[in-house]
Design a protein around this ligand. Structure first.
Ligand code: FEO
Length: 163
């Protein structure tokens, strides 16, 4: 059973959302890099790469299904200065919660259509989003602790060790 046009459209929108996430995180990485926080920058560059991989998995799925991938405009992230070092971390958490809601929306549609194949395919994203939100929440918590104890540079060097 080939996937429906509705699911195809939702996945095409999700490809855009994943690439927009990559763009957002690359922008955040550049904010930290310019401010001299190379560890935070490295961490967000790795996040940006992961988002491109998320988009690619969706692209591969549409290709496998014989459906057309439609790439659309990606909104530029805010190039304004962030309020402080914490703000991008808050934005990341809010953004990941938003992405989770989008993924759940596709799962709900797949369930409604009894499209079990897409539902199974989306399992990976459901798990990934739990992880993404947990990581974003943990980083925010770590930042707050580091800030309180004057150890932000220590956290920066720890983040810089991310593979
Ligand atoms: Fe692709 Fe960070 O969710």
């Amino acid at each position: 059973m080939q996937i429906s046009e509705k699911i195809t459209a939702l996945i095409n929108e999700q490809i855009n959302a994943e690439l927009a996430s990559a763009y957002l995180y690359q922008g955040i990485a550049e904010y930290y890099a310019f401010a001299g926080y190379v560890g935070f920058a490295k961490w967000f560059k790795a996040q940006a790469k992961e988002e491109v991989e998320h988009a690619e998995k969706f692209i591969d799925y549409l290709e496998e299904q014989g459906k057309k991938v439609l790439l659309s405009d990606i909104k530029a992230p805010s190039n304004e200065e962030y309020r402080d070092l914490r703000e991008p971390l808050e934005i990341q958490l809010t953004h990941e919660e938003h992405v989770t809601a989008l993924i759940y929306g596709i799962v709900a549609q797949a369930k409604e259509e009894r499209d079990y194949g897409t539902e199974r395919f989306l399992d990976w994203y459901v798990k990934e989003q739990v992880e993404e939100e947990a990581n974003a929440r943990a980083l925010l918590g770590e930042y707050d602790l580091a800030k309180e104890h004057g150890e932000v540079l220590h956290l920066d060097s720890k983040l810089g060790k991310r593979e």
